[in-house]
Design a protein around this ligand. Structure first.
Ligand SMILES: *Cc1c(COP(=O)(O)O)cnc(C)c1O
Length: 425
């Protein structure tokens, strides 16, 4: 919980920045420009900023290709043949996993499908998928099409958990109760980690426990959680998870996706999956023989050889995370988002204009605050845009602000709220 006595002043924000142990990382990123100045960038939940190091990571691989052609697979410090392995230690740290439990491959929605191929195997008695209502559309489409692919009716097979009337976010007790209710018929619980719209961080450990208690698999889409909140996927006993790398993980547009598969599944070669040569036992891969023998761990779910340029960009950013460390980022994140909340509530004192739908409890949110606006919301958003703020607008009337601890600072938050104040004047 936050114990900092916040003050609504520029001097306070500046002092917080001066004592921020992560402040040096801000200068490792490029900021979009507005009127010759850095934008106030609050959109790292949508697309993280470009690390200045990304270019050299990609250029190194271009050079490697230029110099070695196909031999690049086996030569140099980072032979392409093993490229996915160079992302494993840092990815494991970001999501709280063993190295063997993670692998970077494909893109997020593709991986959701691949994971459901393994972990959604409906039977006559157990066929339901439980998810949060208002999940990201791609997840809804993926789940619905999987259900239909198995010849089932989405209206019967998909259970969506919605907030209570008059509430914006889910209560953990309701989630757990509904999973219990449908328990006997549930094949899979598939939840977001942090909901993209409300910013609510679900209790993944409790959801996993109750899901297992009723005999279902439990998986998470961590697109808005990876690099944002502290995760302990291994200890929480999560069955599987997947995330993208271009939001909080700054790997650039369309960047690759990460996958987590708990070791108790990763070490089970009998588990059904869609296979490809890169998931095949690497010691025999180039014998090109018939008969798929999976690698142990999440690596056994790989299909294709690594997409070197996008993986290189991902490495650039993961190396920054390895220096900053998730616990330090999370600590700053709670303070920074708490400060934004404090200043918004201050603006509300005169005239109630901003209704924050993201939970108040820091344990139930990441860095993002979703603000429900009044009827002038769209004008406010446009006003912010013309004044160099990059945030985003979600229909019907929500503005999402994500102060990202890796490159945002307290002065950014202060300046944003000064603009919000001037709009009302
Ligand atoms: C961003 C996001 C996606 C996007 O999927 P892609 O396959 O990477 O285009 C999917 N699901 C969630 C929850 C997201 O936040």
């Amino acid at each position: 919980m936050n114990t900092i006595p916040y003050e609504a002043s520029f001097d306070f924000a500046k002092a917080m920045d001066t004592q921020d142990p992560l402040q040096e990382h801000r200068s490792e990123f490029y900021f979009p420009q507005h009127d010759g100045k850095d934008c106030l960038y609050f959109c790292g939940n949508s697309l993280g900023l470009q690390p200045k190091s990304t270019q050299s990571y990609i250029e190194r691989e271009l050079e490697h290709w230029r110099t070695h052609g196909v031999e690049g697979h086996f030569r140099g410090d980072h032979p392409w043949m093993h490229y996915h392995k160079y992302l494993q230690p840092q990815s494991a740290d970001v999501v709280g996993a063993q190295e063997s439990e993670v692998v970077v491959m494909n893109t997020l929605t593709v991986n959701l499908h691949l994971l459901m191929v393994t972990f959604y195997r409906p039977t006559k008695d157990r066929f339901k998928i439980i998810m949060e209502a208002g999940a990201f559309p791609s997840d809804q489409y993926a789940v619905e099409s999987q259900v239909k692919w198995h010849g089932l009716n989405p209206d019967e097979a998909i259970v969506e958990i919605a907030p209570r009337a008059g509430e914006e976010t889910l209560r953990t007790e309701d989630i757990l109760e509904i999973i219990e209710q449908h328990g006997q018929e549930t094949a899979l619980v598939l939840f977001g980690g942090v909901n993209y719209y409300t910013g609510q961080f679900f209790d993944l450990q409790a959801i996993t426990e109750v899901g297992h208690h009723v005999g279902a698999y439990v998986g998470f889409d961590l697109a808005h959680a990876a690099g944002n909140v502290l995760l302990k996927l291994h200890d929480w006993n999560v069955d599987f998870a997947t995330w993208c790398s271009y939001k909080y993980l700054n790997a650039g547009p369309g960047g690759p996706s990460g996958v987590f598969i708990h070791d108790r599944h990763g070490n089970n070669p009998a588990l059904l999956r869609f296979a490809g040569w890169w998931g095949h036992d690497e010691t025999n891969r180039f014998l090109m023989r018939k008969g798929f023998i999976p690698m142990t761990g999440a690596a056994g779910w790989q299909l294709s050889n690594a997409q070197i340029f996008s993986f290189a960009a991902h490495r650039a950013s993961l190396d920054i995370f390895a220096q900053a460390t998730m616990p330090a980022l999370r600590k700053k994140s709670e303070q920074l988002t708490g400060y934004l909340e404090f200043l918004l509530e201050k603006l509300n004192q005169n005239e109630h204009r901003f209704h924050i739908i993201t939970p108040k409890n820091p344990a139930e949110r990441g860095c993002q605050l979703s603000v429900l606006t009044d009827e002038h919301g769209k004008q406010l958003f446009d006003y912010l845009s013309t004044n160099g703020v990059i945030c985003d607008w979600r229909e019907p009337n929500v503005i999402r602000f994500a102060p990202v601890p890796l490159y945002n600072c307290f002065q950014d938050v202060w300046e944003l709220t000064q603009l919000l104040q001037s709009f009302s004047n």
